[in-house]
Design a protein around this ligand. Structure first.
Ligand code: ADP
Length: 378
């Protein structure tokens, strides 16, 4: 009998699960939000993931349901659970990933290192937080943010007046997340994968660079991270996965400070941009591993296949929208590079693909990966 995995969400993460599923001989089905999504190559259904009936009908035909994103509402997840559908990651851990205030609260309860934070309900509370944190802080919308879209550096409550108004309209807790502006020396990410039966494995720690809140580059393994930093990062990610009961891939975004503190920024309970290097750079990619993990199959080896792997995102793409015109020169100039495009049309700032190069020398590999990716940008 063929094992069937259902992925909710038709973005590039679902798309990149497809080759892994094909290799493993799995039947992968995708519930895409609509036509023309990245995962349209495998989309067997289109529909609204907010609608419990749609999601349940999709789920009935698969052995396990997993996700391309964390946004499936809890009431829909509850319907799946009540119907006996295997859902990984489950509603409990997903609730933590869905709301940045819940996430901060849980991580704080677990005693894990996080930036100073507060849930601020109005301008007065934010003013007080600003006064306690040097007059310059980060404010985030708790839900629905991605690629830095719900993140602002704030010096005055008026900077987020629109968010307070929007939060009040939505109702609920109506709070924003205020955080100290962490003076990090670099950003890191630690990915692990965990099976429902408990097996857990970690990939090498990576260094990430964000531009305007969007992941731009990843170096694997993170330079100068042998020893304690890597041990601390792995211990944090393993602890989060085990305490929250995460199943599948968990990516933990981290800040490293100049006094060598490691703080948790974000959690993602799915394959993550900072793990794309693993497709070409690790024995088992995060996409294959996610499928193995959610099916509760033995996990693959996570070691790096080369001394260094560098992944550079293609953000935006050519201004004239003609991606195809860029292939001949890029592919000829860097035949060693691995190109991954997501079937998305170019648009300023949009993640349309990534390029990975592996090799022995960090500076050389960074140069080649950037140059190869630059062929697709203006
Ligand atoms: P998103 O969910 O949109 O990816 P994040 O919370 O990961 O948002 O923030 C995006 C980026 O903004 C981070 O990668 C980091 O560069 C910066 N950032 C976020 N929080 C802080 C903070 N407390 N201090 C300093 N920089 C931050």
């Amino acid at each position: 009998m063929v094992l069937r995995v259902g992925v909710i969400g038709g973005g590039q993460l679902a798309r990149m699960m497809v080759p892994a599923a094909v290799e493993l001989g799995l039947d992968i089905r995708v519930l895409a939000e609509g036509p023309g999504m990245s995962a349209a190559i495998a989309a067997t259904a289109e529909g609204d993931y907010h609608d419990a009936e749609t999601v349940l009908a999709f789920a009935r035909d698969v052995d396990v349901v997993t996700f391309d994103h964390e946004h499936v509402p809890q009431d829909v997840l509850a319907v799946l659970r009540d119907a006996g559908v295997a859902v990984h990651p489950g509603p409990g851990p997903l609730a933590v990933a869905q709301d940045k205030i819940t996430m901060r609260r849980r991580l704080t309860e677990l005693g894990l290192p996080v930036p100073d934070w507060a849930a601020v309900h109005d301008a007065e509370e934010l003013r007080a937080f600003l006064a306690e944190h040097g007059g310059r802080v980060v404010v985030k919308t708790p839900r629905g943010g991605y690629d830095g879209k719900g993140v602002r550096v704030v010096t005055d409550p008026a900077d987020v007046e629109d968010w307070f108004i929007a939060a009040a309209e939505v109702g609920g807790e109506q709070a924003l997340l205020a955080e100290e502006l962490v003076p990090f020396t670099r950003e890191l990410a630690q990915s692990v994968a965990r099976r429902p039966s408990g097996e857990i494995v970690a990939w090498p720690l990576v260094e990430t660079t964000q531009r305007a809140g969007v992941c731009a580059e990843v170096i694997a393994p993170a330079p100068s991270s042998a020893g304690r930093v890597a041990d601390v990062a792995e211990a944090i990610a393993v602890r989060v996965a085990e305490e929250l009961g995460v199943t599948g891939v968990l990516a933990v975004e981290l800040f490293q400070t100049d006094d060598e503190r490691i703080l948790v920024n974000e959690l993602a309970m799915r394959p993550h941009n900072t793990g794309h290097w693993s497709i070409d750079g690790a024995t088992t990619s995060q996409f294959e591993q996610h499928l193995r993990a959610v099916l509760d199959l033995p996990l693959g080896a996570t070691g790096a296949k080369a001394a260094v792997a560098v992944m550079v995102n293609v953000l935006g793409g050519p201004a004239d929208g003609d991606l195809a015109a860029r292939y001949p020169a890029a592919l000829a100039a860097f035949p060693e590079a691995k190109y991954h495009f997501y079937g998305k049309s170019p648009r300023p700032g949009r993640k349309i693909g990534h390029v990975t190069v592996t090799g022995d020398d960090v500076d050389d590999v960074v140069y080649r990966a950037r140059a190869a990716a630059a062929h697709f940008d203006d």
